[in-house]
Write a protein that binds this ligand. Structure first.
Ligand code: ADP
Length: 531
């Protein structure tokens, strides 16, 4: 039983193996453009249809000719049949086997006189006299073939001779006709009858033979038509199969290669035998693959150097910074001796600037790491409520100093979510410190969090200066600040860019709803599955 997992792969392999068919590859290798190949296929199929149609018409014509011939034979059979029946009745009359209706049909008036009487002899003489003329085409209604002409000539001769004998007979008074004349007339009547019968039989035999031949000709025509039509269908299907796979095969190969390139695999080349547009496309895909591979290696190397540089620099910068911060604190505490008010003030300035520089270095380092793909989220369950409370307490002192009131509205329903706690806290702190920073004295900051359909939404709203509509997207890019933002003593334009990266790494979204002069509301979501 086939494994479920490999059915898709199997199907793909089967599809590609169709394109590996030698016939398909041969068509693919033809040095012609795709539209020429398609044109040839369509014209070829149309020609096959026309060919089958012409053959059908020809076979129909032949069948029609056979029907006409059989019609002619029927006319001939009728004509010869009449000749034979005339001859038969003359013979019967002369041999004393009179058929009354026949004598009547011959126009004999006095039937009571019976055979051998003058009236009957006269009627027979008249009938026989007409027989020669009935052997000519205008009376027969058709032109007899040469082989029948021989019989017709003999019938004409015999009938003429019998007519002469009958004329002699009727010159004698009834009962005095010499027996030799009667005998001769009877012999001639028998000959006449025999000739007419032979002619009718020969014609009937030829008709039968032709009908039989016509039936077999119909059968072979039908077989020929069915064979040619079936052959044409098979040929058209074969043409369609070969041509379509010579195009689909390369497209599938190019598609798989592009999918591999898209997923960062530059290790292979697409193998397309086509010498048409698809072949050219495959060559370009391979060139693109090589070029991308080269660029990717360069980018990898550059990124590695950048990371190394940043790691070294941050170490080099942080070490003296930490020393500056540490020793400034020591000096300010007066541990190494009394400092006067002026010195205290300078030390505060040093500490503020050094902390600001340290925060900036940390942000730059974080952003570089995210961009180099070196930040991996430490996903675990944590309390969002706690994270929000800690964020609020971290900005509380600054808010109190600035006369801003910060309120957390979220209730305990948001206890546990899944995510990287440190990064989410960074996002919350950044939004809160911005809100406090931009809210005026006596202003208000409201933090809210809700859960809907498993998705968690956190919002930080302030009563600050607000943001113009055209800046709402831009502020999430690195080093982008509004005019108000740039005029603030603190601020680097990196906090929102970092927040956006962290939220998106979690699969969430972040945006800002604001209007100039009406405060701002920053919102981010953590998708379903994070709870
Ligand atoms: P920074 O605050 O360090 O300048 P951010 O990336 O956090 O950098 O913010 C970028 C810019 O967005 C700020 O400089 C400011 O112009 C604007 N901004 C951010 N938060 C607010 C807010 N709550 N009210 C008004 N403007 C804001």
């Amino acid at each position: 039983m086939p494994q479920q997992g490999d059915t898709a792969g199997e199907a793909k392999r089967r599809r590609l193996s169709r394109a590996d068919n030698p016939l398909v590859r041969a068509v693919a290798r033809l040095p012609a453009r795709v539209h020429v190949k398609l044109l040839v296929a369509f014209v070829g199929t149309a020609l096959l249809v026309v060919g089958v149609g012409l053959l059908g018409l020809r076979l129909l014509g032949q069948a029609n000719e056979r029907v006409e011939t059989i019609g002619t034979l029927q006319d001939r059979a009728f004509g010869y049949g009449k000749l034979r029946s005339d001859a038969l009745h003359v013979r019967l009359l002369l041999s004393d086997n009179v058929a009354g209706d026949f004598v009547e049909s011959l126009g004999a008036k006095d039937l009571t006189t019976g055979p051998g009487t003058l009236a009957v002899d006269q009627a027979i003489a008249n009938a026989v006299a007409e027989i020669p003329s009935t052997t000519f085409p205008d009376i027969l209604g058709f032109v007899p073939p040469p082989e029948d002409e021989r019989f017709l000539r003999r019938i004409r001769g015999t009938a003429t001779e019998l007519s002469t004998v009958m004329q002699e007979i009727i010159r004698f008074p009834p009962g005095e006709v010499p027996a030799s004349l009667r005998t001769r007339s009877e012999r001639l009547a028998v000959d006449l009858n025999q000739l007419a019968t032979e002619l009718a039989n020969a014609s009937a035999a030829r008709s039968d033979a032709l009908i039989a031949q016509s039936a077999s000709a119909y059968a072979s025509s039908r077989n020929l038509f069915v064979g040619v039509a079936a052959g044409a269908i098979v040929l058209a299907l074969l043409l369609g199969f070969v041509l379509s796979w010579s195009l689909i095969g390369p497209i599938q190969r190019i598609d798989s290669r592009l999918a591999a390139i898209a997923s960062g695999d530059f290790s292979g080349h697409v193998d397309v035998a086509n010498r048409d547009e698809l072949g050219a496309l495959a060559v370009n895909v391979n060139r693109m693959n090589d070029e991308l591979q080269r660029l990717y290696k360069e980018v990898e190397t550059a990124s590695k150097h950048k990371s190394e540089f940043l790691a070294n620099m941050s170490h080099e910068l942080r070490t003296p910074l930490n020393a500056i911060i540490g020793f400034s604190q020591v000096l300010r505490e007066g541990i190494s001796g009394e400092v006067n008010a002026k010195q205290h003030e300078y030390l505060d300035d040093i500490l503020t600037s050094a902390n600001h520089l340290l925060a900036l270095i940390n942000d730059v380092l974080d952003l570089s790491k995210v961009e180099a793909g070196q930040v991996e989220l430490q996903i675990a369950r944590f309390s969002l409520q706690d994270a929000l409370e800690r964020g609020v307490s971290m900005v509380r002192e600054q808010a109190t100093q600035d006369g801003v009131q910060v309120t957390l509205h979220a209730n305990g329903s948001l206890d546990v979510v899944m995510g990287d706690e440190r990064r989410i806290r960074q996002v919350i702190f950044n939004l809160l410190s911005n809100a406090v920073k931009f809210a005026p004295a006596g202003g208000q900051v409201d933090v809210d969090a809700t859960r809907f359909n498993g998705e968690v939404t956190v919002s930080v709203a302030d009563t600050g200066p607000g943001i113009a509509a055209e800046d709402l997207d831009r502020i999430f890019e690195q080093f982008q600040q509004t005019e108000v933002g740039a005029s603030q003593p603190e601020g680097t334009g990196l906090g929102l860019a970092l927040s956006k990266r962290f939220v998106e790494m979690h699969g969430g979204r972040i945006w800002c709803e604001s209007e100039l002069g009406k405060g701002s509301r920053f919102v981010f979501t953590l998708p379903a599955g994070t709870t």
